[in-house]
Design a protein around this ligand. Structure first.
Ligand code: ZN
Ligand code: ZN
Length: 160
């Protein structure tokens, strides 16, 4: 199991391999160490996020969403050019081709588990069925918690 996360202290992006017997996730930037136990990662399952206190995780495709978007945008731009030159067959070939490419990439990429709160990403987790797909309400709830925490931090930081 692999985790990709942003350090909660210095915000540096990090990557760590999770050991089944438990251990620590360390930040390469500031040296922060986050301990986890064997029961947290028992049999390749994941019950909660190891980086932050949240236990809300969702399943999504391990697919760079920006790449998918760019394929569609470029395909559309190219089809506008061929449409302008009245190349009808070429236009449809490009549109169907890019849609097909998107679908193919989508099918090729596996699933990953993502934390709603800190956006840590877990690869190689087993039994993903116990976690649902992305839900906007849960996302919104965590976004508000994070915003409130940041506000509280700013308040304490601004006090003399
Ligand atoms: Zn750090
Ligand atoms: Zn998290």
């Amino acid at each position: 199991m692999l985790v990709l996360f942003r350090c909660p202290r210095c915000q540096q992006p990090n990557q760590a391999t999770l050991q089944p017997q438990g251990g620590t996730i360390a930040c390469a930037g500031c040296g922060l160490q986050i301990a986890y136990q064997a029961k947290d990662v028992a049999q390749g399952h994941l019950r909660r996020c190891l980086v932050c206190p949240s236990d809300d995780l969702y399943v999504r495709k391990d697919f760079p969403q920006k790449l998918g978007l760019w394929i569609v945008v470029l395909g559309f731009a190219a089809s506008c050019v061929t449409w302008y030159f009245r190349q009808v067959i070429a236009t449809f070939a490009i549109l169907f081709g890019t849609a097909g490419l998107d679908l193919l990439l989508y099918l090729l990429f596996g699933n990953v588990l993502t934390c709603y709160r800190c956006h840590a990403l877990y690869r190689g987790v087993r039994n993903l069925d116990r976690h649902g797909p992305f839900q906007l309400e849960v996302h919104e709830r965590h976004r508000q918690i994070v915003a409130r925490e940041q506000q509280a931090q700013q308040l304490t930081a601004s006090q003399p």
